[in-house]
Write a protein that binds this ligand. Structure first.
Ligand code: FAD
Ligand code: EPU
Length: 336
């Protein structure tokens, strides 16, 4: 067990925010996890994966535990599916590449999402028409108080749009140890979302495959999302708001080109990027904080911004969207 005290968390969060952790250590087995929890004060406690959905606003006066559980295993198969278990500390995109190599289909649309396997069910990660809930089988989680290991099936996780039981009812109570995904033997291709079909055409793909879809998604993402190694960010800072049909209609009366996805007959999901752009924030920069010029839903740290400066910018954006459209944007990133 390598315990470090008063270390900078800058290398451990993709926003690149420089805050200090009082105590920092890693764990790579359940036994090591139990040892650490028995030795150190657990309050406050932060479980860290890749740090790609976190914004630090102050020093962390407690224990930061970086999950380094590794391993990928085919646990069973039936006529239709492979059941693949991945340890929580596996890097998500490397797991996607492993699945592509083995022809396990279902997560190709989720290529290049930063972070680790363990966080994938936390907010039911999603992109290009697929969410974790579509391929989820079960997970094992460690109960921090009792040290008992509990299995959660699909229903137990209460997945929603960027939501799960681990962000709500069971917030800060469990450490996810591994996730088992149910991946198809015969792929079902999802190409209707966004620019995937256009990208496949550009790539001159003759025969559709999960590898081709993965490459198309990688190309689209790389063309508009900033690489955290170059510019600090945590992906979409806000969720896309879901509004009533009435609210949508009021806006549509004035903005006939408003983009939307219908959620059901009564609700519309509106791209927050569009709302933010309409308010004039796209490409905005003040000192080291800014709103990404290609995808304004992504707030960025150009160098030495603090978490509070980013929060301040996000509040200004929320205010202006509310004033112009009567819609309150909700933050997607975990503020710590
Ligand atoms: P962290 O940031 O380390 O942690 C996130 C939260 O989960 C924290 O509250 C943490 O305490 C908790 N947590 C982490 N691991 C565990 C565990 N094992 N047990 C219990 N709690 C845990 N997200 C999408 O959904 N779709 C996208 O398309 C997408 N694109 C992105 C693009 C970029 C450039 C970036 C920077 C981010 C993007 N994200 C996207 C957000 C992010 O990649 C995901 O939320 C990812 O799942 C976070 O994983 P992580 O390991 O970095 O989690
Ligand atoms: N748009 C604009 N201006 C822009 C960019 C986009 O108006 O500058 C509008 C366009 O109408 C565009 C629409 O926004 O069609 C949607 O844009 P995009 O396809 O980039 O996706 P998004 O809705 O902004 C969501 C997720 C992303 C995910 C993509 C692809 C959320 C909060 N964000 O973004 O997830 O990768 O779809 O599926 O749901 C993340 O969660 O961190 C994340 C990056």
């Amino acid at each position: 067990m390598n315990i470090q005290e008063n270390i900078s968390l800058k290398p451990f969060n993709t926003f690149g925010i420089d805050v200090i952790a009082k105590v920092f250590t890693t764990f790579s087995s359940k036994e090591e996890l139990t040892d650490v929890l028995n030795t150190y004060q657990k309050n406050p406690l932060l479980i860290l994966g890749g740090g790609s959905n976190i914004l630090f606003t102050k020093n962390f006066d407690g224990l930061v535990l970086k999950n380094e559980l590794k391993g990928i295993e085919l646990v069973k198969e039936d006529d239709e599916y492979y059941y693949v278990k991945a340890a929580a500390g596996e890097v998500w995109h490397e797991f996607v590449l492993h699945c592509l190599e083995h022809n396990y289909a279902g997560i190709e649309n989720l290529s290049l999402i930063p972070g680790n396997v363990g966080a994938s069910p936390m907010q039911n990660i999603g992109a290009y028409g697929v969410e974790i809930k579509d391929v989820f089988y079960e997970l094992e989680a460690y109960h921090i108080q009792s040290h008992a290991i509990q299995t959660f099936g699909l229903k137990d996780c209460e997945f929603g749009y960027r939501e799960s039981v681990f962000k709500r009812k069971f917030k800060d109570q469990f450490i996810i140890l591994n996730v088992t995904y149910k991946l198809r033997k015969q792929p079902v291709f999802h190409t209707s979302y966004g620019a995937i079909e256009k990208e496949l055409e550009k790539m001159s793909v003759k025969e559709l495959s999960i590898k081709a879809i993965s490459q198309a998604v990688i190309n689209i993402r790389s063309s508009k999302l900033p690489d955290p190694k170059v510019v600090g960010n945590a992906g979409s800072f806000f969720k896309n708001p879901i509004v009533s049909k009435f609210r949508w209609h009021v806006i549509w009366e004035e903005y006939r080109d408003i983009p939307y996805y219908t959620s059901d007959n009564y609700h519309y999901k509106i791209p927050a990027a569009w709302l933010i752009e309409q308010c004039g924030w796209k490409g905005y920069r003040r000192n080291d904080i800014g709103c990404n010029p290609l995808q304004p839903l992504v707030l960025v740290n150009y160098g030495n911004a603090t978490g509070n400066e980013i929060i301040e910018l996000s509040e200004q954006i929320i205010q202006s969207v509310k004033q112009k459209f009567g819609i309150e944007l909700e933050k997607e990133v975990n503020i710590i």
